[in-house]
Design a protein around this ligand. Structure first.
Ligand SMILES: N[C@@H](CCC(=O)N[C@@H](CS)C(=O)NCC(=O)O)C(=O)O
Length: 240
């Protein structure tokens, strides 16, 4: 009797601990781009879900995003926190958007780390001092706005003679798109950064990027960052 054909095993969905911010969107975009199945587990950072002891075991820095992949190395579950580490992990796992060729990989890593160490933190602080500070702090506003402007200039020069940050579309572009989109929402027109604008429009037009950035979490729309309870959770934190 012919042996029954073994059906390819369906991959187990990856748990994505998520809140709709540019950092969370990096990972939902990559999961969509790779066609990996995933469950969205909202981490309501305005309510303090990030301090839940079960979540801290996965993400000790009390920040989302994080993932749990039940089909991890050796067939055993693995958790990953820090969006850059998650993007690299998913890139290695799938072989997509993170080239194996060393020269190409170095270029992706350079721009991924550039986002993680520069664009993300500086744009985050610029947005904080513009939108959330209890009183205007002109020095901080100028310092971080200038930095963001400088970084947009760096990115524009990089994109002047190539379509994407590392040449081909990669996890480095996925890391940046939410942050550049946020700048646009905050009023940046990119008039002096035409290559960034062209890149933003190209990346945002990708169906997977639209899906990854389009995940709606109803509670997120209701967060009032001026609510003292929310502010205590998000902005009033020391080690103890
Ligand atoms: N470097 C981290 C940053 C993540 C991050 O800042 N997440 C924010 C939302 S965008 C968060 O979870 N904040 C919770 C808090 O501040 O307690 C990454 O890229 O994963």
């Amino acid at each position: 009797m012919p042996k029954p054909k073994s059906r390819p095993r369906r991959p187990k969905p990856i748990d994505l601990y998520y809140w709709p911010t540019p950092n969370g969107q990096k990972v939902s975009i990559m999961l969509e781009e790779c066609g990996l199945p995933y469950n969205v587990i909202p981490v309501n950072i305005a309510r303090g879900d990030q301090f839940d002891p079960a979540f801290l075991k996965i993400s000790p820095n009390n920040r989302m995003p994080a993932i749990v992949d039940r089909d991890g190395p050796g067939g055993r579950p693995i958790s990953v926190f820090e969006s850059g580490a998650i993007l690299q992990y998913l890139g290695r796992k799938t072989g997509k958007f993170y080239p194996a060729n060393e020269r190409a990989r170095v270029a992706v890593d350079e721009w991924l780390f550039w986002q993680m160490a520069n664009l993300g933190p500086k744009a985050g602080e610029a947005s904080h001092f513009r939108r959330y500070a209890p009183e205007p702090v002109p020095y901080a506003q100028k310092r971080f706005s200038d930095e963001v402007d400088r970084l947009h200039g760096v990115m524009d020069r990089r994109l002047a003679d190539r379509e994407y940050l590392a040449g081909r579309y990669s996890i480095a572009d996925m890391a940046c798109v939410g942050w550049i989109r946020l700048a646009e929402r905050l009023g940046e027109t990119f008039q002096t950064f035409p290559h960034v604008k062209r890149w933003l429009d190209t990346v945002r037009a990708r169906p997977a990027v639209k899906r990854g950035m389009g995940i709606r979490i109803e509670a997120a729309g209701k967060v009032d960052v001026m609510d003292p309870k929310v502010r205590a959770v998000l902005f009033d934190r020391r080690a103890r």
